[in-house]
Design a protein around this ligand. Structure first.
Ligand code: G4P
Ligand code: MG
Length: 169
């Protein structure tokens, strides 16, 4: 059960964390051919990463929580990459999401993308929650980058704010 405590981040917080994350990726020597964003949470982080790592972005849409905010057993594919093999085969991919929470979505997405036989997939998440994970990162994945590790609290992202002026500065 996730904690009901909340932590708030502003757009500037997010941008600064992604700058740090991008620098770590560059310093590691990993040079992706493509960025793949897991939407919707990964869309804005991926676009900010592209400011530092100038590669094309492809997107996949996955949804774990239903309309009543209950997690499902398996993520639902909202959208996938057309001609996925043609686009990903032998390519180096940077897979981007906002949060590594239970790892259910990440594991599912990585396994699906690996079927397209990319050269390598590296994972980049803005936030990794320190908690027991339900999913696992497949053994083929050798690089995992995170912007910050956080305790298991509910993260309030600025893009979810109904009133951004009340979200904090
Ligand atoms: P993981 O594999 O990356 O760990 O993710 P997991 O399956 O555990 O859960 C993914 C869903 O849970 C995503 O939403 C993600 O946004 C949401 N989530 C998990 N923890 C938090 C949090 O602390 N704050 C917020 N705002 N969201 C969180 P989704 O319903 O799958 O899709 P979408 O919202 O990205 O469209
Ligand atoms: Mg969400």
């Amino acid at each position: 059960m996730a904690s009901t405590e909340k932590v708030f981040f502003t757009y500037n917080d997010i941008h600064n964390t992604i700058k740090k994350l991008s620098e770590q990726i560059q310093e590691s020597g990993y040079e992706p051919d493509l960025i793949v964003a897991i939407g919707t949470g990964g869309f804005i982080p991926a676009r900010i990463i592209k400011t530092y790592i100038k590669k094309p972005i492809l997107t996949v849409g996955l949804k774990l929580y239903d309309e009543n905010n209950q997690p499902k057993d398996t993520p639902e594919k909202i959208q996938w990459i057309d001609e996925v093999e043609k686009k990903l085969k032998n390519k180096k991919i940077l897979l981007v999401d906002e949060v590594d929470d239970s790892r259910t979505t990440l594991e599912y997405c990585l396994k699906e993308l690996l079927r397209a036989e990319p050269a390598e997939i590296a994972v980049a998440v803005l936030h990794d929650k320190e908690k027991e994970k339900r999913g696992s990162i497949p053994a083929e994945i050798k690089r995992y980058f995170y912007g910050a590790k956080l305790p298991d609290k509910w993260i309030c992202y600025p893009w979810d704010a109904i009133d951004i002026d009340k979200h904090g500065v």
